[in-house]
Ligand binder design. Sequence first.
Ligand code: AMP
Length: 182
Amino acid sequence: MRLVIVGPPGAGKGTQAELLSEALSIPHISTGDLFRANISQGTPIGVEAKKYIDAGDLVPPEITIDMVRDRVGEPDAANGFLLDGFPRSVEQAEALSTILADLGATLDSVLSIVVDEDAVVGRMLARGRADDTEEVIRNRMRVYNEETAPLLDHYADQIVEIDGMGTVDEVQQQILTKLGKA
Ligand code: AMP
C-alpha cells in the first residue's frame, strides 16, 4: 500500500505511522526524521533545513521534494510506503503525483488524523524536541492551517478520516479497521 498520513502538529502522526508501518510491513518515511538525521550528520541538506525547522517554517520545496523523490525510489519502498509529514502543501502534493507517475504508482489512501488542537499543545510540550517551544509550536500550527490543511480538499476523494483523540492503541485499531486490515 502507498499511504500518506496528515494531521496537525502533535496529532500523533509519527507514533501511528511507526506502528502502521510495522503492521503493514512498509517503510515509514518521515520527512521530519529525514531532516533530523541530516542535521545530526551535518550534511548540506541538514545545515540548510535547520534554519527553517528551528523557526517552525516549511523547508523550501526544492530541498524537500528532491529528498522525498530519492527516498521513495529506494528498493525497500518499491512495494509500498507510508509518508509521514509529506506532502505538507498543495505544491508538494502535485510534486508527489509526478514522482508516483514516474514510478508507475498511485496512492491508495490519505489518512487524516483529526484532533483538538488546544489539547495537543500539551502533548508536544511534553515531547521535549528542540522545535517544541511554545512560540515555535504556535508557528507550526499556523503553517499547518495555512499551507497543509488545504490538502484535505485536494485529496477529498482519498481521505480516510481518523479520530486521533483516543489512546495510541485505539487510534491504531481504528486506522487498521478503516483500511480493511484489522
Ligand atoms: P515533523 O517531524 O513532521 O513535525 O517535521 C518537523 C519540521 O521539519 C517541520 O516543522 C518543518 O520545518 C520540517 N518539515 C518536515 N516535513 C516537511 C515538508 N514536507 N516540507 C517542508 N518542511 C518539512
